[in-house]
Design a protein around this ligand. Sequence first.
Ligand SMILES: Nc1ncnc2c1ncn2[C@@H]1O[C@H](COP(=O)(O)OP(=O)(O)OP(=O)(O)O)[C@@H](O)[C@H]1O
Length: 267
Amino acid sequence: MKNAYLKWFKGKVKKAITNYGMIENGDRLAVGLSGGKDSMALLHVLYLIRREVPVHFHLHAIFVNPGWPMDVDTMEDFCRQRDIPFTNKITDIGEVVFEHREEKSPCALCANLRRGAINNTARALGLNKLALGHHLDDAIETFLMSLVYTGQFRTFSPVTYMDRSDITLIRPMIYITGKTVETFVQRQEIPVVKSLCPVNGKTKREEMKELVTMLSDRYPELRTRFLTAFQTLDPENLWPPMVCRNWQQYKKATAGNTPDNSERGAN
Ligand SMILES: Nc1ncnc2c1ncn2[C@@H]1O[C@H](COP(=O)(O)OP(=O)(O)OP(=O)(O)O)[C@@H](O)[C@H]1O
């Protein structure tokens, strides 16, 4: 049973990798390791499938240390046991976000600074791709946050090339739900390091998480439906771009096609 589950989980990750061409022969992958369950699961599953797939790739775990106390030893041991190099990139992100600026939206700033730090570290280490532990629930929550707070239909992609840093971002667990990652972590006895972030658990994302849980209690296939929608979105099924924003523009654009007032008066 345990083996069947492991095989199924690895299969989902391999499918995402092949469906979106995430890993090529010779790739040097950074894995963003936060110590949380998602990235620890990601590192473990990539370590396991590396021996099974017909492409050769290198793994290197990077932890962007925000500067508050964390159990880095557990992460380091986890990597050492798998013979994966580990970099603990010490930063002052925590201080910048919470002490100097007293940020109104600390999560956005923290994520931005973290992204910069991880990209720079990956480049300096000669790595060309960055794997993150995002899963299907993260993609759905991002979609709902964009919809509810900014009125946009958007979410992150399984693969994104970032030209500024020349690094390709990949999300190999994109087909897997958060609950499934949790079960994987328990069954594989993967250690998880608690985050001591002061806003942990109080974010807008948490609100979306609750919304998804509530909706999927009523519509159990909701997550799979979202996945299908992300994969098959057809712009033809959405509204076309606006032709003109106002009557003046419309008149100009259709000059020669619309009858003018004198003609209307004549009729
Ligand atoms: N401090 C960090 N250092 C390196 N990578 C990180 C760090 N924080 C987050 N990441 C990467 O970004 C991904 C998404 O980050 P997010 O903050 O949404 O974490 P999460 O969904 O709680 O995941 P996790 O359970 O791995 O912490 C993580 O899965 C991980 O790959």
